[in-house]
Write a protein that binds this ligand. Structure first.
Ligand SMILES: Cc1cc2nc3c(=O)[nH]c(=O)nc-3n(C[C@H](O)[C@H](O)[C@H](O)COP(=O)(O)OP(=O)(O)OC[C@H]3O[C@@H](n4cnc5c(N)ncnc54)[C@H](O)[C@@H]3O)c2cc1C
Length: 425
């Protein structure tokens, strides 16, 4: 078993881009070649800015090429968190931008001809009465306050028919969310950014950022001088810019892909081809692939410690949902780092007037990264109104600074315990 992702093994090759050598002058320089950085590069290049993107490894080495591919409406926190923070009206604007993020994925795929196996349909599943109550509240909030109508509660029987598993108490079925091959989507966007004029460099880690009216970014063999910088390194950025490091905490999660299911299993398991996530804190999320595998994600290490035997642990979780798969081969298993914020609200902002950042999408990055890139490009062009709806959100630093992951792991243990107790209700 290697750390090779199912996506890297099955998605058409993306030729290695050059490593930066020498000096470049640009309007915009982006640090990080995940969905945030590439979407920002595309949007800025389309607006006519000379744009350079520097990626430490390969495009898609970070979370964007390693995630569960679930496109989820909304945010990592529920809408009441925004309402409490900024009031109902601003929360409505935030909701609308979240739905725009989902719609934009389809538009980008069509516009740039990206083959990324995009499917609509999502089941938010409840394992117990407490979670079912939570989903009902979510449905009322989305359809009532926020006007999203394409949503339906399923009882236990209908959930069993939709998932092929009888462990769920209820589910919320909605057709806004869905799933995608995130690496194919990212590589397609990277090509589109290049077609729009952006220059992408791989194997080009930014080791130093000199701030000022024209910031300078240094790599091992080159440097870029730019008018503006976008920090899009998320959980992989580390301490390049200390002010933003502790506003997020990295969380390790893992995904596995089974061998192809039999035709019989494919007909029984997720016959409507939706993606599923349960409502636990360390949730299971899964979906089928176009070649008939089950792609199953879960596990969360908040402490920074590696996930040992992730494949066996995921198979055990999967067997809890689908006992008939308890002996199936797990042909791929990999892990990656996402970033969460204290409140689970996104963390967008500026460290200087010409240095933007977007991070901490708290498990909703497949969709919200596109919004981040779009709003940064709008702000760069002089219209920061929508970017500042997010930059004004009250996000805090995690307590504990460098030790924040140990503090967080302790806090999350309580929620995991509550989920375990909830299972017996
Ligand atoms: C296992 C897993 C499952 C997930 N599942 C889902 C899901 O199903 N749905 C969902 O919405 N979200 C999911 N997420 C979260 C989602 O993948 C992220 O929110 C999103 O991909 C973040 O994109 P990004 O571009 O901001 O960061 P990343 O994709 O992590 O990219 C950051 C890039 O910056 C580069 N970098 C860092 N520092 C430097 C530097 N100094 N110089 C140059 N480059 C640098 C890194 O090499 C990396 O390529 C998951 C995440 C993981 C890890």
């Amino acid at each position: 078993m290697t750390d090779l992702t199912y996506y890297h093994a099955t998605t058409p090759e993306f030729e290695q881009r050059p490593s930066l050598a020498g000096e470049i002058d640009a309007d915009a320089c982006i640090v990080g070649g995940g969905l945030t950085g590439v979407c920002a590069a595309l949007q800025l290049a389309e607006r006519g800015y000379s744009t350079v993107l520097l990626e430490a490894g390969r495009i898609g080495d970070g979370a964007s090429g390693r995630n569960g591919g679930q496109i989820v409406m909304g945010y990592g926190c529920d809408m009441t968190t925004f309402e409490r923070a900024v009031g109902r009206e601003a929360a409505k604007t935030i909701w609308q931008m979240g739905t725009e993020a989902v719609t934009d994925i389809n538009l980008r795929i069509e516009r740039h001809g990206i083959a990324a196996d995009y499917r609509r349909g999502y089941l938010h599943a409840a394992l117990n009465a407490r979670q079912a109550g939570g989903l009902l509240e979510l449905a009322e909030s989305w359809s009532g306050t926020y006007g999203f109508a394409d949503i339906r509660m399923l009882d236990a029987g209908d959930t069993a028919a939709a998932t092929g598993s009888d462990i769920y108490r209820a589910a919320l079925l909605e057709r806004g969310s869905g799933h995608i091959n995130p690496l194919a989507y990212l590589r397609g966007l990277a090509r589109a950014a290049e077609n729009a004029g952006a220059r992408l460099f791989e194997a080009s880690r930014v080791t130093c950022l000199q701030r000022g009216t024209r910031p300078v970014l240094e790599t091992a063999r080159g440097r870029v001088t730019a008018r503006m910088v976008v920090l899009a390194g998320n959980a992989y950025l580390g301490g390049l810019v200390p002010e933003i490091e502790y506003r997020i905490a990295p969380v390790l999660s893992a995904v596995a892909a089974t061998a192809p299911l039999t035709a019989d299993q494919q007909a029984r398991i997720l016959p409507g081809n939706e993606a599923v996530a349960d409502s636990n804190t360390a949730l299971n999320y899964f979906r089928k692939t176009p070649d008939g595998r089950l792609l199953f994600g879960g596990l969360a290490s908040y402490s920074g410690r590696p996930l040992n035997n992730a494949s066996a642990a995921l198979r055990k979780r999967m067997a809890g949902v689908y006992p008939e798969l308890s002996n199936i081969d797990m042909e791929y298993c990999w892990s990656g780092k996402l970033a969460i914020t204290v409140t689970r609200m996104p963390d967008f902002g500026r460290v200087d007037s010409n240095i933007y950042y977007a991070q901490g999408l708290s498990g909703h990055g497949v969709a919200l990264t596109g919004l981040a890139g779009k709003l940064i490009a709008e702000a760069a062009a002089g219209d920061a109104e929508r970017f500042d709806v997010f930059s004004r959100l009250p996000n805090y630093r995690f307590p504990g600074g460098p030790a924040r992951q140990a503090v967080l792991a302790l806090g999350m243990a309580w929620f995991k315990l509550r989920d375990m107790v909830g299972l017996s209700k």
